[in-house]
Each structure stands twice: as structure tokens, then as C-alpha cells.
Ligand binder design. Structure first.
Ligand SMILES: NC(=[NH2+])NCCC[C@H](N)C(=O)O
Length: 302
């Protein structure tokens, strides 16, 4: 029997007050295709409502005017609630702040760190003052006996080690090779403790096989499904899967597993190369119950 995920009800999101496409750091971004501010805001509001309707809650962070990609809140940092590892524990939890690959996004994390600290989270940084390993939280998920973390386009292999050490957990690294699926959350979406959406085309052969071996019942999607519908960039709130798009085949499988599929149009945000998961950062991820914690952690590569 599959058990529901023990996280995914509380999210941080960044209201799109300054959402633009100012530069091109992924294949979706095109400076000639600018989002419409009113429509972006309406789609974002509808996503917040859909999360709340499904039983979730959203906390809102202000967007910096100089950080047009800050709306993709998933990348601000990897948040764990009540860590029990080598970290100083705090009531709210701990955030390993991202160290973004591209300078265009690096200012986002300092504002986000201030916000998290103000809410009672402890924060730490992988890499120091603009040097050191890159880590982007859109590459990291709690899964199984630790984390699965994509590396390659954004997160460095060295970043896996830093994250494992910060949290004292096992990190299973997956090498992403597809330029269009530059974060793990574009190719992988945990649904419950046995099932996940997986797009093997994002990875090299060993990593694709390793990920499929970690998921007892994968919902395998094609490269085309991942890139055109952003189907893997979905979130699960209770038994509701909030999806930007769902080909019939994917919807049928999710419904057969007992999920309710709720489509939410966030197409304005596809112009920046992100969708529902990218816009939402779960702050209720719990490690330490089923996950063995150890000082220094451990990295496992395929
Ligand atoms: N979690 C995600 N996949 N976020 C998408 C981020 C999009 C953003 N324009 C970037 O390239 O960084």
C-alpha cells in the first residue's frame, strides 16, 4: 500500500510583481516573448487558490524588483522542517540556501534568507560569497531514505556533498544531461511514497536507471510530454495533483491511483521556463523520521 507524502501542504511563493524575461539562462526564455503582468498575476492568484482549495497553505515572499526570476520560489533554498541532524534545531526548520549557477539570480537568496530568518528558520549557505559549489533547490527532493538531487546544468556534483553534509543525510545524485530539463523538478515529481512521475530522457543512462530503480511504481513520461506540458513540474497537495497540463494517458493513470487531477494554467510562467513546482517551495519537508541522519551525510552516485 502506498502512503501519502508526509510533506507538501505548506508552501512559500513569491508574488510576481516584477516578473520579466530579462536574460536567457534556459532554452525556454526568449526576450521577445514577455509575460503580461496582469495575466501573470491572475494565474499566480489562481494557483494560490487551487493550493488552498486542495487543503494547502501559502506564505508569500515579496519579489525584489531586480530579480525577475525570483517568482520561481522553488530555487531559493531547500527547506526542511524540524531537522534532527547535526544542525542547530529551531522551531520552524532549516533552509539550505541555494547558490545559483547564474549571477543573474544570485541576489534572490539573500532576500529570501532574511525572510526565512524572520520566520524563525535557521539558514545555511552552500559555497561562500559567490564561490564554491552551486546548488539550486529545484534539483532536490526528499525521497526514500534521503534526498535525490539532480546535478549537471545547475547544481554541481560538489554541491551534492555540501548538501549531504549540511543536513547529515544520504544524497543520491542523478546526472541531468537534457538542456531543457535543467532542474530535477522538470523531470521528477514524487506522488506518494511508492509513485512518482519520471522522465528518463532528462538523464544519462545510469542515472535514468538509478531513478527508475528508486521508484517502485513510476509514471514514465516522454521527453515531449515533459517539455510541452511541464507535466512533471506538478505538485501534490493531499490527494490532489496540481498540474499545468496532463495528457489523457497521464491523467488516467493518476486517477486510477486515486489522485484527483486539477489543472492550473500557469502558461505565463512557462515563458521563463518554469511551471507549478518551480513557483512553489514546500516548507514542511520532514527528514529524520524514516531517514537515518549521520554527521557528514553521504553521496551515492549511479
Ligand atoms: N524549479 C525550477 N525548475 N525553476 C525554474 C526556474 C526558471 C528560471 N528562469 C531559471 O532558469 O532559473
Amino acid at each position: 500500500m502506498a502512503a501519502p507524502l508526509n510533506w507538501g501542504r505548506r508552501y512559500v511563493m513569491v508574488r510576481p510583481d516584477h516578473f520579466r524575461v530579462d536574460y536567457r539562462i534556459n532554452p525556454f526564455m526568449d526576450l521577445d516573448q514577455q509575460p503580461d503582468p496582469a495575466l501573470s498575476r491572475a494565474q499566480w492568484d489562481a494557483l494560490v487558490s487551487a493550493i488552498e482549495l486542495a487543503g494547502g497553505a501559502v506564505e508569500v515572499v515579496e519579489q525584489r524588483s531586480d530579480a525577475p526570476d525570483m517568482v520561481y520560489a522553488m530555487n531559493l533554498g531547500f527547506v526542511v522542517e524540524r531537522p534532527e541532524g547535526p544542525l542547530v534545531s529551531s522551531s520552524a526548520g532549516h533552509v539550505v540556501m541555494s547558490h545559483m549557477r547564474y549571477a543573474e539570480r544570485r541576489m534572490e537568496t539573500s532576500s529570501a534568507a532574511t525572510w526565512f530568518a524572520g520566520r524563525g528558520f535557521t539558514t545555511s549557505h552552500v559555497g561562500r560569497a559567490g564561490v564554491g559549489a552551486h546548488l539550486e533547490a529545484g534539483d532536490a527532493f526528499a525521497w526514500g531514505d534521503g534526498l535525490v538531487v539532480g546535478y549537471g546544468p545547475r547544481t554541481d556534483e560538489l554541491g551534492l556533498k555540501a548538501l549531504a553534509a549540511e543536513l547529515g543525510v544520504r544524497v543520491r545524485g542523478l546526472r541531468i544531461t537534457h538542456p531543457g530539463m535543467y532542474h530535477l523538478d522538470l523531470a521528477f515529481c514524487p506522488l506518494d511514497d511508492r509513485r512518482a512521475i519520471v522522465c528518463p530522457a532528462a538523464f544519462d543512462e545510469e542515472s535514468a536507471a538509478a531513478l527508475l530503480a528508486l521508484v517502485p511504481e513510476p509514471l514514465v513520461i516522454t521527453e515531449e510530454e515533459a517539455l510541452t506540458t511541464f507535466a512533471a513540474n506538478s505538485i501534490v497537495v493531499g490527494r490532489t495533483v496540481l498540474m499545468p497540463g496532463a495528457p489523457d494517458r497521464i491523467r488516467d493513470q493518476l486517477e486510477a491511483w486515486g489522485f484527483t487531477v486539477q489543472l492550473v494554467d500557469v502558461s505565463q510562467f512557462h515563458l521563463g521556463g518554469g511551471s507549478i513546482r518551480c513557483l512553489t517551495n514546500p516548507i514542511d519537508v520532514r527528514l529524520g523520521r524514516d531517514v537515518p541522519m549521520r554527521p557528514g551525510g553521504e553521496v551515492v552516485l549511479p
